[in-house]
Ligand binder design. Sequence first.
Ligand code: THU
Length: 155
Amino acid sequence: MKAFDCRLEVVEAPADLNKNELSLLDQALKATEKAHAPYSDFHVGAAIQLEDGTFVLGCNQENSAYPSGLCAERVAFFTAGVQHTGKKIVGLAITARSGRHNDSGPAVPCGACLQVLREVEKRQDALIPVLLKGSGTTVWKAPGLVHFLPFSFDL
Ligand code: THU
C-alpha cells in the first residue's frame, strides 16, 4: 500500500505569503471578530474564496444548548452552498483567538468539519488550499483538506 504524503508547510512569517493569501487571512480575521462564542471564549473565523474572487465568511455560532452551535468552517461552507451554489472554492483561511485558551498556534478544523470540507473538495474535484493561523505569526499551509483527512467517509 502506498503511504499518503501529507504536505503541511509551516510558514513562520506572514510576510512569506503572497498578496492573495494575506487578504484571505485578513478576511478570516474579520470573521473571527464576528464570532458568537460566549461559552468557550474561543473565537474562530473562516474565509472562503470562490473562483470569481468573492469571499464568503463564517464564524462559530455558539448556543446555551452546546451541541446546537456550529463551527466557523461549516457556517462558511454551508453559506457558500446556498448563496453561491455550484461555484468552485479556490481558497480557505481559518483564524482563531481566545481570551481563555491557548490561541498562539493555528487551530486545526475539528473532525466533523474536516469530513464536510473534504467532501466539498471531492464534489468539486479540486483541492482547496488551506491557511491556518492563531494569534501568533506562524501560519500552517496545506494544498488541500485531503492533507488533514486523507481517509474520509464516503457513501
Ligand atoms: N470551533 C470551530 O469553530 N471550528 C473548529 O474546527 C473547532 C472548534 C469552535 C466550536 C466552539 O464554538 C469553539 O470553537 C470551542 O470548541
